[in-house]
Design a protein around this ligand. Sequence first.
Ligand code: ZN
Length: 320
Amino acid sequence: MESAAGGGEGGFRASEHQHSRYNPLRDEWVLVSAHRVKRPWHGQLEKPPPEDVPRWDPKNPLCPGATRANGEVNPNYEGTFVFPNDFPALQPDAPEPDDSGHPLFQAAAARGVCKIFENKGAMMGCSNPHPHCQVWASSFLPNEARLEERTQRQHHSQHGVPMLLEYAEQEAQRKERLVVENEDWLVVVPYWATWPFQTLLLPRRHVLRLRDLCDSERNSLASIMRRLLIKYDNLFQVSFPYSMGWHGAPTGPHLQEDCGHWQLHAHYYPPLLRSATVRKFMVGYEMLAQAQRDLTPEQAAERLRALPEVHYKLKPQKTV
Ligand code: ZN
C-alpha cells in the first residue's frame, strides 16, 4: 500500500492532488491542497519582526534587575527565573459559579496558577520580546489536553501501545517528514500538520512527563531544540515567530491513575507561510468547516531539513 505522500496506483501524488489526512491526536481531518501555494498573494503582509532587540533592556519588566508592573524588582538572574504572572488568567481562589439549571448553559469552577511557553513574536500575540514562557496549572483538564487524553487512551486500549510512541517509531523509519533527530529525540512535520511549518517534538522512548527525563535526555533536548530553532530562523531569514508548548501526562488526582497511554511531546505552531511577511490565516472555510494547508507536510519537512544548522546571522569564519 502506498502512503498518502507517495504515488498511488491511480496516479495520486500528494504534492499535486488534494486530499484529506486524519489527525489521530485531535480526532479531526485536515484538507491538503498543495497546488494552492502557487497562487498569487494579494492578502495582508505582516511587518517583519524587529531585528535588533537589545540583549538587556532595563525598561523591559522581564529582564534581570528590572521592576515589574506590581513593583517587584527581579533578581539579577543568570539562568531560568520563575515567578507568578503579574496578570494571571487563573487564580487559586476563584468561587464556584451558580448552577444555571439548563444543560446548554454550563459553567464550572476554574482555579489554577500561572507563572510566566507560550509564544515568540508579535505575530503570535506575544507582548514582550524577552524570551519567556508560561506554566499554567489548573484544577481542570483544558480542552487540548482533554482531547489528547481521550484519543491516546482510546488508541492504547485498541492497539496496546502509546499512540505517539508508535508514531515516532514509524516516522523514524519513513523519514520523509523528519526535520532533525538525535539519539533521544526526533522532530517531524506531522503527517496531519495544519500550520505550514508546524512540527512535533517527540522522545524516542516512552516518557510521561518532563520531570521523568534523565540528565542526558535534557541535554539532547536542548541540542535538538537549538537545531530546530536555527532552521526556523534560517527559513525566511527572520526571527521566526511561533507558539510552542509541552503536553505531558496529567498530574494531581491523575497521578494515581494509569497514564501509560500518554507520551510527552511538544508542539510548535508557526504562522508564517511563504516569507517573513506572509502568514497563514485560519478563516472562512477553516473556521466554519475544516482546516486546510497549502503545501504538503513532506514538502515542508524537506525545506526545513535542507536548511543549514548555522544561524544566518553568524557569518562564516574566514579560512586562511
Ligand atoms: Zn499535544
